[in-house]
Design a protein around this ligand. Structure first.
Ligand code: UDP
Ligand code: MG
Length: 342
């Protein structure tokens, strides 16, 4: 922990960025909790809700909520671009002196906001929410997460144990992140990379308030590999090292076989040849594969497609259609509709 100079309190504004993907069960509750917490801080604030191409009623609910509370802003992506893109889209429009990132499912406890602000005001540029204990997760997940955080720590030279996207950033840091050109982003890694004065704030991970996690196991695996590659050249160097070691080994083996040949020993059998073939084949393919994965990442960046696409709402989407007191019939109807949608 570095010591830091206190910041001037007066009228600093806050932006909270919340990415949402199919969170219709949670929109009301989350926003209410968040508004209450932010209001209690006494700072002027805005909440930027980024709808990440939800296919349920999330976006409609957001527009409705934003209509009645001007501190809530909605950014709608044209399809599901993923949480990283959604957070970047929020960052692009956020103009607070401090920017807070948190999930919509209340797993990032809004009760900690006052503490985060205090740390920020005492001079820290980055307040990292750190998971104290992971919520009920399968054992394999935990092992995998630990392994990933350890590898990541080596790659990005920073402590990733318990790292999460629950963070408060000073405007300076937010601006640095905004200016980064890469489209394949790993928020946690980039924040660590940016440097600045940071502090860890532990929090206990709660269960999701409602709904389900949006991650599949395969999705998580892909995300982890991609993030590791984005921060580390180690696998590429490992390919070169493996190639070099193999070369030395084969030179020694060749010398030995030559010696046996000259001294008139019979050459050993078929098995050695097969094993060597398999070993070298495997090594070569792995090497080519690792290089190919990097190439694919570079291909992705070179195309320079934007990280996300924003969809502006039609006039009709912003107008509130429901009568304020729906009749029993229309209640039943909308309940039925919701069921058939989900
Ligand atoms: N999310 C998103 N886009 C996605 C997946 C998730 O914006 O493609 C949002 C989601 O709505 C939630 C946050 O990212 O607010 C964290 O997602 P989730 O709770 O599913 O992840 P977990 O907490 O299980 O890691
Ligand atoms: Mg969650």
């Amino acid at each position: 922990m570095m010591t830091a100079q206190p910041r001037n309190h007066a009228e600093k504004s806050l932006s909270a960025i919340v990415p949402l993907f199919n969170e219709q069960e949670l929109v009301e509750l989350s926003l209410q909790v968040l508004v209450d917490q932010l209001q209690a801080t006494g700072h002027p604030f805005e909440i930027i809700c980024v709808d990440d191409g939800s296919s349920d009623g999330t976006l409609g609910q957001l527009y409705r909520r934003a209509d009645s509370d001007k501190r809530i802003r909605v950014v709608a992506l044209s399809r599901n671009f993923g949480k990283e893109a959604a957070m970047a889209a929020g960052l692009e429009v956020a103009d607070g002196d401090a920017v807070l990132f948190l999930d919509a499912d209340l797993q990032h406890p809004p009760e900690l906001i006052p503490q985060m602000l205090e740390l920020w005001q005492s001079g820290y540029d980055i307040v990292n929410g750190v998971k104290e204990q992971r919520a009920r997760e399968p054992f394999v997940y935990r092992i995998f997460a630990n392994l990933f955080n350890r590898l990541m720590a080596g790659a990005a030279d920073s402590d990733f144990r318990g790292a999460s996207d629950f963070k408060l950033l000073d405007r300076q840091v937010a601006d640095v992140l905004r200016q980064l050109p890469e489209t394949r982003r790993f928020f946690r890694g980039l924040v660590a990379w940016s440097g600045f004065r940071s502090v860890r704030l532990p929090y206990a991970v709660k269960e999701r308030a409602a709904g389900k996690t949006k991650w599949s196991s395969l999705g998580l695996l892909r995300y982890s590999i991609r993030n590791l590659l984005a921060f580390s050249e180690m696998p590429l160097r490992a390919v070169a090292t493996a190639g070099f070691c193999t070369l030395i080994f084969s030179a020694l083996l060749a010398a030995w076989q030559l010696y046996r040949f000259v001294t008139g020993w019979t050459l050993s059998g078929f098995t050695t040849v097969i094993l060597l073939q398999l070993f070298l084949g495997g090594l070569l393919l792995t090497g080519v594969g690792i290089v190919a994965v990097y190439l694919a990442e570079m291909y992705g960046e070179v195309k320079q497609r934007p990280l996300y696409v924003i969809r502006r709402p039609r006039e009709s989407e912003l107008v509130q259609h429901e009568p304020t007191e729906p009749s029993a019939v229309s209640n039943q109807l909308s309940a039925g509709n919701q069921k058939s949608e989900s």
